[in-house]
Design a binder for this molecule. Structure first.
Ligand SMILES: Nc1ncnc2c1ncn2[C@@H]1O[C@H](COP(=O)(O)OP(=O)(O)O)[C@@H](O)[C@H]1O
Ligand SMILES: [Mg+2]
Length: 271
């Protein structure tokens, strides 16, 4: 289960993303990025955030801690923006909280060098979950304390919008031609050799167990939240073994490896 906290103060909207997440303070005194159940794509975005985020963490990637964040819309009454007001009013109850990384920088490929092993691991993981939202235009990675952190897995696992088509996704390719890390010479063979065997039924079930029931109830075609969890597990389990052979990289990926110059890397940057 995810940690459960309650929002006590709405601080400000984060306007960098498309879904207008908010920065809030919670009753554990932590600051969280709150992603709303009432936002455009609704609760499935949050399900994807939890399953993919918890899976990524178990595979050794850095992902900000997640929490089930209870919201009483009354805390946002003073917020002047009507769009934010609408989001808050439509999102009473359980939302997603992600630990806020203060002073994190957006990933910039010219300023931060990623080695081929790390690039390969991240692209392999994105291929598994079919993440379409880590392009060079919109990398959804942060640099914090000199390390790369993964955020925003809401646009993954597109098959959950049409479960009848989900089995076919085991064999579908992943288009990484626009991936933010494609130019870093990703070592996909090494990533697959290490990560694919670790995608077990138990590991996936642990990640799916962390999704709050309330986001999985009344899913058409399923009689319980656990039945929906099993569908996520099965699809990812089927997709893992062969996905590395179906990752489409740009033709000149290896040749175009950018190198950050020493003075602008964050190596040893501490805070
Ligand atoms: N945990 C975090 N710590 C610090 N900043 C964050 C965090 N999560 C998101 N942000 C900032 O908020 C922006 C929007 O968040 P994101 O999860 O990408 O939402 P969206 O679905 O709207 O794209 C990010 O691009 C980043 O600048
Ligand atoms: Mg984003």
């Amino acid at each position: 289960m995810l940690k459960e906290v309650t929002a006590t103060r709405y601080i400000t909207p984060l306007r960098e993303g498309g879904s207008l997440p908010g920065l809030v303070e919670a009753d554990d005194l932590g600051a969280y990025v709150m992603k709303f159940t009432g936002a455009g794509q609704g609760r499935k975005t949050l399900v994807a955030e939890v399953i993919c985020g918890q899976l990524a963490r178990r595979l050794g990637f850095r992902v900000p801690g997640l929490a089930a964040l209870d919201l009483d819309p009354v805390i946002g009454l003073g917020e002047p923006d009507p769009e934010v007001q609408g989001l808050l009013k439509g999102s009473g109850g359980t939302n997603l909280g992600m630990r806020f990384l203060p002073r994190a920088l957006g990933f910039d490929p010219l300023a931060y060098a990623v080695d081929p092993v790390q690039a390969g691991r991240i692209i392999w993981f994105d291929a598994l979950i079919n993440n379409v939202d880590r392009s060079w235009r919109n990398p959804n990675m942060l640099v914090w304390n000199g390390e790369l952190w993964l955020i925003d897995h809401g646009a993954s696992m597109i098959w959950h919008h049409n479960w009848r088509g989900a089995p076919a996704w085991a064999g579908k390719p992943y288009d990484a031609t626009d991936h933010a890390l494609a130019p870093f010479g990703p070592d996909l063979a090494a990533a697959a050799a290490d990560l694919a065997p670790r995608i077990t039924e138990d590991l996936l079930a642990e990640a799916a167990a962390d999704v709050p029931d309330v986001w999985l109830t009344d899913e058409p075609g399923f009689d319980s939240p656990d039945a929906v969890r099993r569908a996520y597990v099965e699809t990812l389990l089927e997709r893992a073994p062969g996905i590395h052979e179906r990752i489409e990289l740009p033709k000149a990926a290896a040749a175009a490896t950018p190198r950050a110059t020493g003075w602008i890397t964050y190596e040893g940057a501490g805070q």
